[in-house]
Design a protein around this ligand. Structure first.
Ligand code: RTP
Length: 148
């Protein structure tokens, strides 16, 4: 089963959007296997966004991402890396379709509320960067009597 790293960015936390974002992943049928609030250091964000090192926005992006708490999560499900990116919408919310998280919830490229891994390989790298193995729970999907 595929896993991806999803993070509600500081602006998403400040705007109280965690519930809305988690709801969308749950309703799509994906499973939350790890979740924690964390205020990352700028160094940690520089490692996370290392592939953007040469861009003009790298410094500001890393500083911003370290400016407040983030909700770091690992979600699991079939083709989740690709499907989560579709759920997120475009990097620039102004170009995101209504119905996507960014298309519904934000406008500014620098305050686009959510991060999602862009490839299966990067998902593995990011999950390892943010979570220890024992912070992720392996539990079976269930069809219990109390699920309707
Ligand atoms: P993310 O990594 O945060 O999920 O975003 P992404 O894959 O959609 O986009 P990426 O190219 O990896 O950029 C990371 C974040 O940098 C900010 N950004 N600013 N032109 C700009 O000013 C600019 N371009 C990108 C965005 O906040 C983007 O999410």
């Amino acid at each position: 089963m595929e896993r991806t790293f999803i993070a509600v960015k500081p602006d998403g936390i400040q705007r109280g959007l965690c519930g809305e974002i988690i709801k969308r992943f749950e309703q799509r049928g994906f499973r939350l296997v790890a979740c924690k609030m964390i205020q990352a250091s700028e160094e940690h964000m520089k490692t996370h966004y290392a592939d953007l090192k040469e861009t003009p926005f790298y410094g500001g992006l890393c500083k911003y991402m370290a400016s407040g708490p983030i909700l770091a999560m690992v979600w699991e499900g079939r083709s989740i890396v690709k499907l989560a990116r579709m759920m997120l919408g475009e990097t620039n919310p102004a170009e995101s379709k209504p119905g996507s998280i960014r298309g519904d919830l934000c406008i500014d490229i620098g305050r686009n509320v959510i991060h999602g891994s862009d490839t299966v390989e990067n998902a593995k790298r990011e999950i390892d960067l943010w979570f220890k193995a024992d912070e992720m729970l392996d539990y079976a999907p269930c069809a219990q009597a109390w699920l309707y």
